[in-house]
Design a protein around this ligand. Structure first.
Ligand code: DC
Length: 238
């Protein structure tokens, strides 16, 4: 059966990653957290003092960066590696959340990440979550989701996630960070966060993870069947 691309875009902390992971696992698809790629890049820039106004340093850094994902059997999750080093916990810290939107607004960074993401989804059969997947990386994705949620609910969820990673962060600080990133992500010139015309809007404020996963799986199944039927109809029966 033909494999499709599922693009899940939306604001930070709406539940994109958790839902995308579940949808991918139920379909036997790969899962790519594109936010983690921007976070890993931001970490590298931070560690190597790469200034965002220095195009030569940016180009050199992008040449030196290798980002990969590896499955952690014990924790049952994909983890992010930067130049062979596991950075999964480091990239989720607040100091990275504070700088990542500026780093991801740099056109050269977006160009490089977009190229990598297109390579990763070349064989299709992936669920990719981010900001510009349905609009820029895979405008031809068979299924596009745009996730939204109430700001206070998003912040409370992010606080819980950070707590699970043993980081205690004040709710106001999280709200401030999310609001700042919403603004930067939606107003940048390259690949801004916006809803693709053909995306389904999913408001996750008052539904459970199971409900949102089932809804997207239902849509995905019908898209997969439709693609299959279209393929069959186009085939010469003899
Ligand atoms: O999904 P996240 O919060 O981990 O993403 C971190 C940042 O990366 C987010 O503030 C914007 C940026 N990002 C992006 O610009 N494009 C993507 N496709 C994914 C993330």
């Amino acid at each position: 059966m033909k494999k499709i691309i599922i693009a899940i875009d939306g604001y930070s902390a709406c539940g994109k990653s958790t839902t995308a992971r579940q949808v991918a696992s139920r379909l036997g698809y790969g899962y790519i957290d594109t936010g983690a790629m921007y976070r890993a890049t931001a970490l590298y820039f931070h560690q190597h003092y790469v200034h965002l106004t220095n195009p030569i340093a940016i180009a050199k850094a992008l040449e030196d960066i290798s980002i990969t994902f590896h499955y952690n059997e014990k924790l049952h999750r994909n983890e992010t590696y930067l130049n062979g080093l596991n950075v999964e916990d480091e990239i989720r810290k607040m100091y990275i959340s504070d700088i990542v939107s500026e780093v991801s607004a740099v056109p050269e960074v977006r160009k490089e990440m977009t190229m990598l993401q297109r390579k990763m989804g070349k064989k299709r059969g992936v669920v990719m979550d981010g900001r510009d997947i349905g609009t820029n990386v895979y405008p031809d994705a068979e299924l596009k989701i745009f996730m939204v949620a109430d700001m206070h609910i998003r912040a409370a969820r992010r606080q819980q996630e950070l707590l699970e990673r043993k980081q205690v962060v004040d709710l106001d600080e999280i709200i401030e960070n999310l609001a700042k990133r919403d603004h930067l992500d939606t107003t940048r010139t390259e690949g801004p966060l916006s809803k693709a015309e053909d995306a389904y809007v999913v408001d996750t404020s008052f539904i459970t993870l199971e409900e949102q996963t089932d809804y997207i799986l239902g849509l995905a199944t019908s898209k997969i069947v439709n693609s299959y039927m279209a393929e069959q109809l186009n085939q010469d029966p003899f």
